[in-house]
Structures are given as structure tokens and as C-alpha cells.
Design a protein. Structure first.
Length: 662
């Protein structure tokens, strides 16, 4: 009987554990991936992507073994719905490295620090949460993010920047220097840090030697949402670097043309990967050949009997006449064919099967030279200053059509034949922008402004309280070649305490964000199962094409900071002179000296002193005169009184001057 009971109990236990495992479908997950892409200007783009996710607290609890605790606490303390923090050094070259793909749209960032966060708190608490969040992040990442706490440093975009909730705050620090002390805390959030897996490639000297370096942290949570199907918190960390491969010994010229440099992981990073991080679900390396490069291959291969992509896909990695990959790929992923153009191709490698004894070291060797160009956004945006002098100036944003005009047509709104361009611009309060001076030029001709502005929202700056924000959607004809936007400003004055230590360098106006609303920068793959791989699902996400303009440096009137120093030295000199002579005059006792001299003359000098004075006179080649009494001292006392009065007068003037200057 008891045995039967025991069996029953065992059965129940098994049953319950089975049902539990069904409920626990959502597990903490971590994946790592690296995407490599040759760039047209002989550089290589390396994009590291790490994703950690934690299931919702309600079903999973608050105990995690993979997800970083600091991030979990941050989300819960400040009720963050979405947040992005990036540290960037260098400027993304949209012309050479592409402006129309998911990586440039979501990973090309303005120099310095950029932070935006969307909160899930009542409207009146948003600013407080933002302030506390900047302080927490500042401590977490060893950066001066806390400078974003002042209301002059952040803004609240309404609709042009991502969300429509009104609870989003956005701030940038263009001058923040980014270095390894920011990377180390970022790596600490990974379960294997940089000790194992793909992140072990992050050799600091190789990474910081690059032309562009951007480290990003993106956080999305639906912990506070009310809907049933919640996914929890997803933390996405990416590091995008543009490196120049070492061309020594490899490469060379083919009939006059310079070939692309060959590279391998060990030549790029100086390290190899010995297996994946044991805590990660997958560790994949991808090599991407862009659309335009693929069509170049096909151009070159036209004469050959095998047709089109077959070559690249079937035996692309070994016997292909254009390039050679040192390892066989696990699979080849092709972008879904569009009507006219060929899609890009991704070669996938898994680092799972490699270990210490046989490390993963992927290499790419070019066999013949190819020339191609990256896909561009429909318009190239750049921004510059107009005017001279320290009083006023103007900001100009110029938009130039890129060569790919057929692309422009396809993205144009079919019915209305307009191209829509969103512009989001934050200007610090000491640059006082006059929004009524906004002028729009299309193909060099001044337009009556409102014809081309579809939507505009302006919030003027308030002195020492808030920055000026301009959000607008421009509507340009599809055939546009160039467009420009100018807006005038006056330069304000700061209080002496508000100047930074190097005020003469100038002041930064943060990058403007230019977005092309009707253009999506996504890659679409035929295979739906690829949506499960985080990096590939990221590439397929539908985000509008986005680019940042340059940071502007505005010289402001700065006071002569050496002035206080000059005042201090002059005052000190005057004081020293007058007090010196005053003390000298006071110390002298005229009557006493007179008596002493008389006494000396009466007594006559001793024989020794007489001899000494004779000797010194001889040495100085002068005739020796015997000491005699003088009568000039009688006048000196009256002079002293005049002197004292003068000294007191000057000291009084100096004191009044000092007082006035305070
Ligand atoms: C922010 O921090 C201050 C001081 O620590 C605290 O009093 C306040 O409640 C916090 N606000 C929010 C919204 O967390
Ligand atoms: C983006 O995705 C949509 C739908 O999946 C697709 O039609 C479109 O061609 C994609 N865009 C690009 C640039 O591939």
C-alpha cells in the first residue's frame, strides 16, 4: 500500500515538474554574434552584437543567473520602457561606409555620448526620473553623463524622434571623450566579459586604433505593460568599429588596380576565438557582402557559363575566382530578391566547434580587384555655419541628392510624389535662434516656406532653463537635386561661472537627426526561421533610414580670463611699492641718526675702521673722504608726512577699486 502511495507521489512530482517545464518556456538567454563586412575604401566593418534577455518578473521572479543585475535594477527603479546609450569616437562616413542599411541607421551615432530614454511613469515624474537615471548611468559607465541632468542639457522631442508618448527625453554630450574606462563597465554586463567567446577579440589597442568606434547599449522592457504577452527585458549591446586591415605582405596590384586588402581575424584584432562563451546559446560570425558588391561579382562573372548567384552560393567560399574564405561556411543566407536588384549575401560560421587547440581564425583573401560603392540614403545631409563675427550667424542644413536616383523614385510617395525628410535639431540656449527667419531653398531657389514644410514644432529656448528644439517634416519634390534650410541666430552671453575651462575652443551644437520617413533600412530574408537569430532579426527590423549631421563649433564672445590676474598683479605691485617706502620711512629715526653721526664725527673713527675704509676706497678707485656730518636729515621728517598721506590715499583708492570689482 505504502509503495503504491510512493509511486503515486513520484508520479505527481514528475507530472508537476513536466507542467512546470512547459510554463517555463521563457528562459534567460544570451547570444553573441559578430558581423564583418568589407568596405569600399579598403577598410573592414566589425559589428559585435550581444543580446541578453530576462523573462517578465511576474512569471519568472527576480532572480537571474545571466541577466546583469545592475540593468535589471535600473529598469525597475526608474520604470524604463526603452533606453539607448551610446559612446562614440570618430564620425561615420556615410558616403563611403553606407547610409542605407540597418547598421548605419541604427549604429552610426553622433560623436560623444548620446542618451535617450522613454519612461513609464506619470508625466510629472519624468524629469525627476531622467535626472536620477543620468546619475545612475554616470556611476555605472564612468562617464560624465550626469551633466545631462540640467534642464538646459536635455530636451523632450514630441514626434520626430522615435516615440509619440511624450515621456521620452533626449540628451547628448558631444565633447565627451570615450576610452577604455567606458568599455570595461560595458563588458562587465556580459556573462563571459571578454574572457571567452567572441568578445575575447576585443583587444583594446586594435579596437581604439580604428577609424570609428561606437559602443551602444539598447534596452527594451515591457515589465510595466498591462498586456498578457510580455517578453520581459531585452538588453542589446553592440560595438561597431571600422578597422584598417594590415596590408603588409598581402594584397598587391592587379593590372594597375589596387586590390582590396586581405584580412583575417588574427590580423584585424591580433587574437583568435577559442570557442563560444559557454553561457551563450549561440556564437556566430557572419561575413556580409553588400548588394552593390554582389552585383559587381555578377558583372565580372557574366561571361562564365554558370549563371548569377549560383557561383557565390554553391562554391563561393573555395573555388570562386574573386575571393576565398579560409573556412567553409555553415550556411549561406541570401537576401530576398527584389525586382531589379540583387540582394546582399551573408556567410554564416559557428565558433562552437572550435577550441583552444584549434582556434577559430576566419580569413578573407581577394583574388582580383573589385570596385563598388555603398548604398546611400536618398539625400546626403550636412550642416554648417554662415556669417562671421561674434554677434550673429546662421545655421544651414544642406541636403544633396545622391547618385542612386532610381532608388529615390521607388521610395517616393506614389500618390503625392513627395519625398519626406524629418529633421530634429536641438540648440543650446546661448545660441538664440530666430525661428521666423527659417528659409527653405529647393534647387537653389527660395521657396515660400510653408509650401515645403509639412509639419513643424518649435519650442524656443529659455535663458538658462531649456534648449531650443525644432522638429519638422520637409516635403520635397521627388526630382530634387539640392535643398537647403537656413535659420539665423544671435549669440548670447554667459555668466563667468558658466564658461567651461577651455572656453576659447568654442561651443558645440549637437548633431541634427535627419530621417527619411518613407525609406526603410531593413534586409528581408526569405527564410522565416532566421527571425529567431537576434542579430538577423535586428537586420530585418523595419526602421526608417536615419543619419546624423556634423557637430557644429560656435565661437562665442569670451571674457579675457587673464584680466583678474592682471588686476591682482598690478594691485600687488602698487601695494608693495608704497608699503615698502612707507615702512622704510617709518623705520628711520632722523634725530637718533643725526646724534649718532655727530658722535662718530666727534669721537673720530677707530684706526682699524679708518684703514678699512681707505682700503675699500682704493679698491673702488675713488679718493677717500673722511666721514662728515650731514644736515639733510632735518628736512626728511616733513617729507615723510607727505609720503604717508600719499600712501594712504593710494591704498584707499585701491581698496575702493577692489570692492567695486567684486
Ligand atoms: C530621485 O532621487 C531623489 C534623491 O535621491 C529622490 O528624492 C527622488 O524620489 C528620486 N526620484 C525618482 C523619480 O526616482
Ligand atoms: C523591408 O521589408 C519589407 C517587408 O518585409 C520589404 O518589402 C522591403 O523590400 C524591405 N526593404 C529592403 C530595403 O529590403
Amino acid at each position: 500500500m505504502s509503495i503504491l502511495k510512493l509511486y503515486l507521489l513520484l508520479f505527481l512530482v514528475l507530472l508537476s515538474s513536466a507542467s512546470e517545464s512547459i510554463a517555463e518556456e521563457l528562459e534567460e538567454e544570451f547570444t553573441e554574434a559578430l558581423l564583418l563586412r568589407p568596405l569600399p575604401d579598403r577598410k573592414v566593418l566589425a559589428h559585435f552584437h550581444f543580446q541578453s534577455s530576462a523573462p517578465p518578473t511576474q512569471t519568472y521572479g527576480r532572480h537571474h543567473h545571466l541577466f546583469p543585475k545592475s540593468i535589471y535594477q535600473l529598469v525597475h527603479k526608474f520604470q524604463i520602457r526603452e533606453m539607448e546609450l551610446s559612446f562614440t569616437q570618430g564620425r561615420w562616413n556615410y558616403e563611403r561606409w553606407g547610409g542605407y542599411d540597418p547598421i548605419s541607421s541604427s549604429n552610426a551615432k553622433p560623436p560623444g555620448v548620446e542618451l535617450w530614454a522613454d519612461f513609464d511613469v506619470p508625466q510629472h515624474q519624468v524629469d525627476d526620473s531622467w535626472k536620477n537615471l543620468t546619475h545612475a548611468l554616470s556611476g555605472l559607465f564612468c562617464a560624465s553623463i550626469n551633466f545631462l541632468e540640467h534642464s538646459t542639457a536635455y530636451s523632450a522631442p514630441q514626434w520626430s524622434f522615435r516615440s509619440f508618448s511624450g515621456k521620452l527625453r533626449y540628451g547628448t554630450l558631444p565633447r565627451e571623450a570615450v576610452c577604455t574606462e567606458n568599455l570595461t563597465p560595458w563588458l562587465k554586463l556580459l556573462p563571459c566579459r571578454d574572457k571567452a567567446g567572441i568578445s575575447s577579440l576585443m583587444d583594446r589597442p586594435s579596437i581604439y586604433r580604428g577609424y570609428y568606434h561606437s559602443q551602444r547599449l539598447h534596452l527594451k522592457s515591457d515589465e510595466f505593460a498591462t498586456s498578457e504577452s510580455r517578453t520581459g527585458i531585452v538588453l542589446e549591446q553592440s560595438l561597431t568599429v571600422v578597422l584598417q586591415p594590415n596590408t603588409l605582405g598581402s594584397g598587391g596590384t592587379f593590372s594597375g588596380k589596387i586590390s582590396q586588402p586581405s584580412w583575417s581575424l588574427s590580423s584585424l584584432f591580433g587574437r583568435k576565438v577559442s570557442g563560444k562563451c559557454s553561457l551563450s546559446n549561440s556564437g556566430n560570425v557572419y561575413v556580409q557582402f553588400e548588394q552593390n558588391l554582389v552585383s559587381q561579382f555578377n558583372e565580372l562573372k557574366k561571361h562564365s557559363e554558370t549563371s548569377k548567384n549560383e557561383i557565390l552560393i554553391r562554391d563561393g567560399f573555395q573555388s570562386n575566382p574573386l575571393f576565398e574564405l579560409s573556412l567553409p561556411p555553415k550556411r549561406v543566407i541570401k537576401e530576398a530578391d527584389n525586382l531589379q536588384k540583387e540582394g546582399s549575401i551573408l556567410y554564416e560560421f559557428s565558433v562552437k566547434d572550435y577550441d583552444e587547440s584549434e582556434p577559430f581564425d576566419l580569413g578573407l583573401r581577394w583574388k582580383s580587384p573589385v570596385v563598388w560603392s555603398c548604398q546611400q540614403a536618398p539625400l546626403r545631409a550636412s550642416r554648417f555655419l554662415l556669417g562671421s563675427g561674434n554677434e550673429r550667424g546662421a545655421i544651414a542644413i544642406s541636403l544633396k541628392s545622391t547618385r542612386s536616383n532610381n532608388l529615390l523614385k521607388s521610395g517616393c510617395n506614389e500618390k503625392e510624389r513627395w519625398l519626406k525628410v524629418g529633421i530634429f535639431q536641438v540648440v543650446p540656449w546661448y545660441v538664440k535662434v530666430y525661428y521666423h527667419t527659417l528659409e527653405v531653398f529647393v534647387d537653389g531657389e527660395l521657396q515660400s516656406t510653408m509650401d515645403n514644410v509639412e509639419q513643424i514644432r518649435v519650442s524656443p529656448s529659455e535663458d538658462k532653463v531649456s534648449p531650443g528644439v525644432m522638429e519638422m517634416v520637409l516635403r520635397l519634390p521627388c526630382s530634387v537635386k539640392t535643398a537647403a534650410l537656413t535659420i539665423e541666430f544671435d549669440k548670447g552671453f554667459l555668466h563667468i561661472d558658466e564658461y567651461p575651462p577651455d572656453a576659447n575652443q568654442g561651443f558645440d551644437i549637437p548633431s541634427a537627426v535627419v530621417s527619411f520617413i518613407d525609406f526603410l533600412a531593413n534586409i528581408s530574408f526569405d527564410d522565416d526561421s532566421l527571425k529567431k537569430v537576434p542579430i538577423l532579426s535586428k537586420l530585418q527590423e523595419k526602421i526608417p533610414v536615419l543619419s546624423y549631421t556634423e557637430v557644429l563649433l560656435v565661437p562665442l564672445t569670451t571674457p579675457d580670463f587673464s584680466m583678474p590676474y592682471n588686476v591682482i598683479t598690478i594691485t600687488c605691485t602698487v601695494f608693495a611699492l608704497y608699503f615698502g617706502s612707507l615702512l622704510n620711512a617709518l623705520r628711520r629715526r632722523a634725530g637718533e641718526e643725526e646724534r649718532l653721526l655727530k658722535e662718530q664725527a666727534g669721537r673720530g673713527a677707530g684706526p682699524l675702521t679708518l684703514m678699512l675704509s681707505k682700503l675699500s676706497a682704493k679698491l673702488r678707485r675713488k679718493t677717500w673722504e673722511p666721514p662728515q656730518s650731514s644736515s639733510s636729515f632735518s628736512r626728511s621728517s616733513s617729507i615723510n608726512y607727505k609720503l604717508i598721506v600719499k600712501v594712504i590715499l593710494v591704498a584707499g583708492v585701491a581698496a575702493v577699486w577692489q570692492f567695486y570689482f567684486q
